[in-house]
Design a protein around this ligand. Structure first.
Ligand code: 5GP
Length: 318
């Protein structure tokens, strides 16, 4: 059932023990939404806790440090930026049938909670959390503003992607006004790279392949490559934007060998009118029009052929 933000605000106002679930391989938006909401609820003297399936990248750890760790049993479970319960990851999969409220901005998604607030036109889930906190008349402190700004900046590629709207800029300016440390966050998120990250970029660029008259570019990296370089999850984040940066490319594909399952995690990126979520849906994945993901349980060559064929078919590139 879809509820209004005012109704969701009321449910949160009436609950005292709240768990907030993020998606696996947590990014800036799911963490910014989770910790921003958690901080606000704690400020209202409620018990609130963010649960993550995987470790948090070091760039995002500052948000975890804002909240107080509390132990309690939940009476309400909220998911943020979660398009499908499969994306809860192994550790949080026990909650897959227990989510009460889902707050999300994914266009392509699967409905799993009894109460939903979904805004596919929202550039980031933190935009929705900002509106929710405003609806709840909660004072947005500098720390909350930092969390919400991080989600907004990372999901818009620092306001470069075409999901960025007038509202995104208005919310960002309001967050800056509330004390968000925008330039510091932007520098950490977008203008700083480790040596390992640079090595990984070099490796990935060496194996780039082009298809369909250079309209599709594909890169990959394996577990071995990552190990040899000594790269961590922090270093791999955002690699998927590389093939789509090349002039003339309509779809950029990044294939990452999965750590646990045998096969490849596929990340598709596009710009403009090409909707890559439809391509990912054919493999049981999804996401946004210009940024989507899926898993293909095949070895490298086969997985690459499979995704290339599907892109060719859907975009009629033959
Ligand atoms: P990424 O390629 O960075 O992993 O994901 C891009 C977008 O697609 C994110 O918004 C992410 O939540 C979504 N996404 C990635 N993998 C899946 C998947 O397997 N299923 C669904 N529904 N969405 C996914």
């Amino acid at each position: 059932m879809t509820k209004t933000l005012a109704e969701i605000a009321q449910i949160l106002n009436n609950s005292n023990n709240i768990y907030i679930l993020t998606h696996r391989s947590p990014d800036g938006d799911t963490l910014g939404s989770g910790y921003g909401l958690c901080l606000a609820l704690q400020k209202m003297h409620k018990n609130a806790k963010v649960l993550n399936s995987d470790n948090i990248s070091k760039n995002f750890l500052f948000m975890k440090e804002y909240v107080i760790e509390q132990e309690f049993e939940p009476e309400l479970i909220v998911s943020v930026d979660l398009a499908d319960t499969i994306l809860l990851g192994e550790k949080l999969s026990v909650y897959k049938d227990k989510i009460d409220i889902c707050i999300d901005h994914h266009k392509s998604r699967y409905e799993f909670a009894p109460i939903n607030y979904i805004e596919p036109d929202s550039a980031a889930t933190t935009e929705i959390i900002y509106l929710l906190l405003t609806e709840m008349h909660i004072e947005i402190t500098r720390d909350i503003a930092n969390c919400l700004y991080t989600g907004l900046a990372t999901d818009t590629g620092c306001f470069k992607y075409n999901n960025t709207t007038v509202r995104s800029f208005l919310i960002a300016s309001s967050l800056m006004n509330l004390g968000a440390e925008c330039s510091k966050i932007n520098r950490i998120m977008f203008d700083t790279k480790s040596r390992e990250r640079l090595e990984l970029e070099k490796t990935v660029l060496q194996n780039i392949k082009f298809y369909y008259n250079n309209k599709v570019a594909v890169v990959y990296y394996t577990k071995n490559m990552v190990e040899e370089i000594g790269a961590t999850d922090d270093d791999t984040a955002g690699i998927a934007s590389i093939p789509n940066q090349i002039e003339g490319v309509l779809v950029g594909v990044t294939m990452k060998e999965d750590k646990e399952r045998s096969g490849y995690k596929i990340s598709l990126r596009s710009s403009g009118s090409v909707d890559v979520s439809k391509i990912c849906e054919t493999f049981g994945g999804g996401g946004h029009k210009n940024a989507s993901g899926a898993f293909i349980g095949k070895p490298l060559e086969e997985a690459r052929e499979t995704i290339i064929a599907e892109i060719g078919k859907q975009l009629e590139l033959y």
